[in-house]
Write a protein that binds this ligand. Structure first.
Ligand code: CDP
Length: 252
């Protein structure tokens, strides 16, 4: 958060975070797959008080046509915040922050989408933040990657994303708003995970300052958190397709 406030707010009280979580504990996550009828794939995701929805269209014809690539699909990613998603009304439309988030998130998603299978076509990912409480880019990436699977887009793996913050000289996983705003550093990560194994880092950003050792610790913490998210993403996808196959069976 660029509006980081340096203040004397105490974020760790009696060895506990303000919301009672342990240092390496994620916020509760809730994932629903296939929530939008008109999208090819979609996902609603809550990560603590964040509420986001992702919609995927494609692979489909690219408009305008000249943007098409003759050897692979073009991936587009639009991150957007609803005016009512934050405390002070967010002016609708793109701003510098959402353009930056869209760019780095698209690059993360491009690591897993098998673009080479769809020359001349486009895959569009729209993510909408309905309620924000820090870590919206990570929540949106988690939702987008499930929505891509729901759309049937061939993927090398999943993107699982979570941030680590430094607050009161302590590293904490998945910071919420107070920790993000008043902390000393914020480091969002996204990983490309395949077959329960972290293959690579697909996104890494940082503001604030940490030591080399702290960074190593933060990376380990983020990897563990991302693996937990990855399992929940897989469960959500499985849950949807189990229900569908039951419906098919009961039609017989
Ligand atoms: O959401 P994320 O942590 O990925 O991005 P950020 O730029 O670090 O923003 C942190 C938080 O600040 C957001 O999740 C929102 O809760 C809040 N924010 C806000 O209140 N108004 C904005 N225009 C932008 C962000």
């Amino acid at each position: 958060d660029l509006n980081r406030l340096s203040g004397d707010i105490q974020l760790i009280v009696d060895g506990k975070r303000l919301d009672g979580r342990g240092f390496d504990e994620l916020r509760p996550i809730n994932i629903k797959v296939g929530v939008l009828k008109r999208a090819d794939g979609s996902c609603y995701l809550e990560m603590g008080k964040n509420k986001v929805v992702a919609a995927v269209y494609g692979p489909r014809e690219v408009h305008p046509r000249h943007l098409a690539d003759p050897v692979k699909a073009v991936v587009r990613y639009r991150y957007s915040m609803a005016p009512f998603s934050v405390e002070e009304r967010k002016r609708p439309g793109p701003d510098r922050r959402s353009i930056e988030i869209s760019k780095v998130s698209r690059e993360a998603i491009e690591a897993v989408v098998m673009k080479e299978l769809f020359p001349r076509s486009g895959i569009d990912v729209f993510v909408e933040v309905l309620q924000a409480d820090a870590g919206t880019r990570t929540a949106c990436l988690n939702a987008a990657s499930v929505a891509l699977v729901d759309a049937g887009v061939p993927m090398r793996g999943l993107i699982s994303s979570v941030a680590v913050a430094k607050v009161d000289d302590i590293l904490v996983l998945d910071p919420m708003k107070e920790e993000d705003n008043y902390g000393q550093a914020d480091i969002p990560f996204a990983f490309f995970i395949r077959n329960d194994k972290i293959e690579s880092i697909a996104l890494l950003q940082m503001d604030g300052r940490v030591s080399r050792d702290e960074f190593k610790q933060a990376l380990e913490m983020a990897k563990k958190g991302a693996m937990e998210i990855y399992q929940m993403q897989k469960e959500a996808i499985k849950a949807k397709y189990m229900i569908e196959s039951e419906e098919v069976n009961s039609d017989e």
